[in-house]
Design a binder for this molecule. Structure first.
Ligand SMILES: C[S@@+](CC[C@H](N)C(=O)[O-])C[C@H]1O[C@@H](n2cnc3c(N)ncnc32)[C@H](O)[C@@H]1O
Length: 251
């Protein structure tokens, strides 16, 4: 049996990792680090810096791997399903090649592993597939949502009301009606620019928790263009973009 630890490492600041996560990291023999593309390369560098800082002189091994790309020409759900199958096959291969039976492997998952991350789902599928015998545990992390609200010094919810977390793809279809606080992640389409801004405030953050953190807040109608400009400039400068925002209905 091979053991896998799925360790949440927070949204980018090396201090935003829990003591429990550092303890779990100490138990890992092999860390599997995704690394292809400008975004992945920078996130891999942050992961390596965390290992150097929290496991100095550690006897662990690291194995880089390329995450297969999702085929965007296939309808979304079918595309994600095929993509996860491919990643699962890649994990199986990694475990067979680089992790001995009885050893512990580790994934340093961005933010918290339970939100908009499929490592858990994919490991479940690998376990069910049965080619490699694995078991896994999950160690929670600080999410980018928590760094967003902390950096803007705001509560996530308004008193007694619901919060909805959604994706840019879903927001582009419709602004959720139920919740007055809507957190948007994975927004490659700047969906905030296409919703009716009347009565909405936005709290936007990019590269949260890292030295490149950018924050903009205000009525959506007033700051929308500034966010679009700053976001495009930052994306151009760094070659990739990670942003999260909260839309709050006023009143
Ligand atoms: C694959 S999801 C991972 C979310 C992660 N599990 C979490 O707990 O934050 C990637 C999305 O999370 C958000 N995100 C993650 N880290 C971020 C950061 N440091 N700054 C801003 N947004 C971030 C962005 O919306 C990005 O598109």
């Amino acid at each position: 049996m091979r053991k896998i630890l799925v360790i949440g490492i927070g949204p980018g600041h090396p201090d935003q990792i829990t003591l429990q996560a550092v303890d779990a990291m100490r138990a890992v023999d092999v860390f599997f680090i995704p690394g292809k593309g400008e975004e992945k390369a920078e996130l891999a560098a942050i992961r390596h810096a965390m290992l150097a800082r929290h496991l100095p002189g550690g006897r662990h091994r690291t194995v880089g791997f390329d995450v297969p790309a999702r085929d965007a020409s296939v309808p979304y759900r079918a595309g994600v399903s095929a993509w996860h199958d491919e990643i699962g096959a890649a994990y199986e291969q990694l475990f067979l090649e680089h992790l001995e039976d009885g050893e512990t492997g580790g994934f340093l998952v961005w933010g918290d592993p339970s939100i908009y991350d499929s490592t858990i789902r994919i490991l479940d599928a690998v376990r069910a597939h049965g080619v490699v015998r694995i078991d896994y545990d999950v160690i929670p992390g600080v999410t980018s949502i928590q760094q967003l609200t902390a950096a803007h010094r705001i509560p996530l919810n308004t008193i007694g009301n619901a919060v909805q977390v959604t994706s840019g793809r879903r927001l582009a279809e419709q602004l959720p009606a139920e919740a007055d606080s809507v957190v948007v992640m994975l927004d490659g389409v700047t969906a905030f620019a296409s919703v009716d801004p009347a009565g909405l405030d936005i709290f936007w953050g990019a590269y949260l928790g890292t030295p490149d953190e950018i924050l903009i807040a205000g009525p959506l109608s007033e700051v929308k263009d500034e966010i679009l400009r700053v976001r495009a400039e930052a994306r151009e400068r760094k070659g990739w973009m990670f942003d999260t925002y909260l839309l709050r209905k006023r009143g």
